[in-house]
Design a protein around this ligand. Sequence first.
Ligand SMILES: *Cc1c(COP(=O)(O)O)cnc(C)c1O
Length: 389
Amino acid sequence: MSNKDRIFLSSPHMSGNEQKYIQEAFDLNWIAPLGNNVDAFEGDLASYNLINDAAVVTSGTAAIHLALRLLNVCKGDTVFCSSLTFVASANPILYQGAKPVFIDSEPDTWNMSPSALRRAFQDAAKQGKLPKAVIVVNLYGQSAKIDELIEICDIYDVPVIEDAAESLGSEYKGKKSGTFGRYGIFSFNGNKIITTSGGGALVSNDVDALKKARFLATQARDKAVHYQHSEIGYNYRMSNIVAGIGRAQLEVLDDRVERRREVFDRYKEAFADQLGFEFMPELEGTKSNRWLTALTIDPEKAGISREEIIEALGKDNIEARPVWKPMHLQPLFDGMDYYSHEKGNSVSDNLFKYGLCLPSGSNMTEEQQDRVITGIKSLLNKKTLSRSF
Ligand SMILES: *Cc1c(COP(=O)(O)O)cnc(C)c1O
C-alpha cells in the first residue's frame, strides 16, 4: 500500500493561503531574520487568544525553556509538572539543571490532579523548598481544572506555565486555553492542530517579560555595536518564512477545531453502545479542540485489548497509538518524586495502560474514518464470534 492510503493520527492540513505569505517574504527578500510575517503572526496570535503579547520561536519546547529562564529556574531548583504528557513538557526542566516533581492526573480531565498538587505543595512547604514553577499540561486539547490548580499555586505564590501545545483554540470558561498562567506555550509542530512545519509560541500578558524572551531567543546580545553578551542566550526565533505558514494556518484554526470535534463525535457515536469503551471526557464549562480522539479500552468488558486494536489497524495501514507514557514511568526520570491522585491510586498509570488515540486529522475524509471504525468493529465481531464457540 502506498503512503497515500495511510491514515495518520494527525497530519499537516494546509489551507492554500500559506504560499501567499511565503511569496510575500520572497518578494520583499525578507527571508530572515524575522520580518513582516513574524510581526503579523505574533500580532494575530495575541489577538486570537485575547492576550497582550506573543513571541514566536522555533518550537514549543523552546518556548517552555524560555518560560523557565524568565522564571529564573536554576540548578538545584524544583519544578512541578504534569506526569501524563509528552516528554517535551519536562525536558526543559533538565536543560536548566533543575529537578522535576511529577503530578498525577485526575479522572475528569485526565490532567493535573488538584489534590495531588496540594499534597506536593504541603510536602514542599514542610521541607522549606517550594518549586520555582508549575507546568500544567492540557492533554489532547482538554483544559485542566485551571481555577482549582491556580488557586493552590497562588497560596504558595508560585507561577504557572500552561503547556497548551495540544490545546490551541480550546476554551476554559469562555477564555482561550494557554492564557491562564503567567506564561502559556503553543506548538506548531507537524502533528499539532495547526502547523508551521515546526515552531512554537510563548504568550503572556507581561509584555516586558516577552521582550526579555525575545532577547534571550536571539543570543542575548547586549546593546552595543560590537558583539557583547552578558547572559546565556539561544537561537530560538522563528524565521519569517515559517511565520508565513503560521499566519495562513491561524486563519483556519476555528475550522480545524470544529472539524476535529466532528471527528470525535463520529467515533463516539459509532461506539456509543460498546461496553468497555470510554471516551475522554470534556469538563463542563470547557471546550476541547479534540486534537486527538482518546479513549480507554477495558479489555474485560470489551473483549478486545488496546494492543489488539493497534495491531489490527496497523495491518490496514492506519496509525493508532497508546496515550502518552507518563513521565514518572520514563527511564529518563527514574527516581524523581511523584504524587499520585490518591494514595495508592495512580490515574495516569491506568490511562497509559488502557488509553488509545485514534486518527483525528482535520483532513481525514469520512470514508477514511469509516475505515478506522469498520476495522475496530470487525475485530470486535471476530472476538464475539470466536468466544461463542
Ligand atoms: C508537542 C508538544 C510539546 C512540544 O512542542 P514542540 O513544538 O514539538 O517542541 C510540548 N508539550 C506537549 C504537551 C506537546 O504535545
